[in-house]
Design a protein around this ligand. Structure first.
Ligand SMILES: [Mn+2]
Length: 401
């Protein structure tokens, strides 16, 4: 049995910062139509959607028609859709559910109570799907605290669905704890709410599927739905399914000091970076140029008309610079004690500054722990501060030399 998993389609929204020619393809209902077709083409058995399927702010009523048409198309192909509502569609999804028989579309856990449905294969129950839906647009308590925590003795796997905010105990959008989710007797969790996909392995695995179609430049990287297999009573960890046709990407281009300023050279850098990405029809790029170069102004001039360059599968949404004049650092360090200190600091920050930053990290980590937030430990090397310090030091060197 094949089960496709997704959430956060936000039907009604259109992805932002797109050129006119990509606007229609950037509508979330187009992504939904593609997903429906892919589910049918792949002959999946179930489609599970974990909330925020409809966006409450954008074109809600226009989005309902395409959602219903998709559910109907799946039903005609013998595929059942199961869903829970999120904070965006707490009130609209029950209306959609009322239009369909249970075997076409099942909204699980209405009124904020956990509900279980049995899925059958050739007359035998092969899977339980548990779900909980947002009863209103805000919920301050972790809904899994009321999960009926009774392990089934029949060995039938359980897929559980809930929309919520993992690792944020004071969230008004159903706070969740990954550790608590993994302590419950289920085989896999399908979450929703966070648009960046994340799969936490283990037993049970926990999938935040992410939006299957990115909605703005704040959602860079891979976006897709997921698929898992139920084979001989085992629910496999999910795999990516139906990749998005749109991608936002931040690209850093490092210019070397020997490289002569040239528009063609710059274009080649960008093309190489795009070629390294997974093949996607529409790429929206935020480009960041950095390096120490002989002719900073000439490089800036090369970028002037670059934003209108659109060779087909990508556009340049923005360009930023972190270019500094190439300085012979060894020579510069010999011109005075301040210069020597700055050059040394480029390699390694002064010890007292490092110690202060370490203390700061520890303080933040303790606070996270105290607040019960499950954020990964913050390490000094990961702080963006080092690149900022480097930029300041280089600026200072420019002034001094
Ligand atoms: Mn949400």
């Amino acid at each position: 049995m094949k089960i496709v998993l997704s959430a956060d389609l936000h039907l009604g929204r259109t992805s932002t910062r797109l050129p006119e020619t990509w606007r229609d393809a950037g509508r979330s209902i187009r992504a939904w139509e593609r997903l429906v077709d892919a589910v049918i083409a792949d002959q999946a058995d179930l489609l599970c959607l974990s909330g925020d399927i409809l966006d409450h702010r954008n074109q809600l009523w226009e989005a309902m028609g395409p959602l219903q048409a998709g559910i109907q198309k799946l039903h005609q192909a013998g595929i059942r859709t199961l869903a829970v509502s999120g904070n965006h569609d707490a009130s609209s999804l029950p209306e959609v559910a009322a239009q369909f028989p249970e075997e076409a579309f099942t909204l699980l856990g209405k009124m904020g109570t956990w509900q279980r449905v049995k899925i059958q294969d050739q007359g035998q129950t092969c899977l339980y799907v548990d779900g909980w839906s947002f009863p209103t647009s805000k919920v301050n308590q972790d809904p899994t605290l009321h999960y009926p925590n009774t392990p089934s003795s029949d060995g039938i796997p359980v897929l559980a669905m809930v929309h919520g905010d993992p690792g944020v105990p004071d969230s008004p959008y159903a706070p969740l704890s990954i550790a608590h989710l993994q302590s419950l007797p289920v085989s896999g969790w399908l979450l929703g709410h966070i648009h960046r996909p994340q799969l936490t392995s283990g037993s049970p695995w926990v999938l935040m599927p992410g939006s299957p179609h990115p909605l703005d430049p704040g959602e860079p990287g891979d976006h897709q739905a997921w698929v898992c297999q139920l084979d001989q009573g085992v629910l496999s960890p999910p795999q990516p399914f139906c990749p998005a046709t749109l991608r936002y990407e931040n690209i850093d281009i490092q210019i070397s000091s020997q490289e002569p300023p040239s528009i063609d050279g710059l274009r080649k850098h960008i093309q190489t970076a795009v070629d390294a990405l997974p093949a996607t029809l529409m790429n929206v790029l935020r480009i960041h140029l950095c390096g120490r170069v002989a002719q900073v102004d000439a490089w800036r001039a090369c970028c002037e008309n670059l934003e209108s360059w659109a060779p087909g599968n990508f556009i340049i949404e923005s360009l930023s610079f972190d270019l500094h004049p190439a300085i012979d650092l060894t020579e510069a360090s010999q011109t005075g004690p301040v210069q020597a200190l700055l050059v040394q600091a480029l390699d390694q920050l002064p010890e007292d500054l490092q110690a202060r930053l370490h203390k700061r990290c520890e303080h933040i980590n303790r606070q996270n722990e105290y607040a019960g937030k499950e954020l990964p430990e913050l390490l000094l090397e990961q702080l963006p501060v080092s690149s900022k310090v480097e930029a300041v030091l280089l600026k200072a060197m420019e002034q001094l030399t």
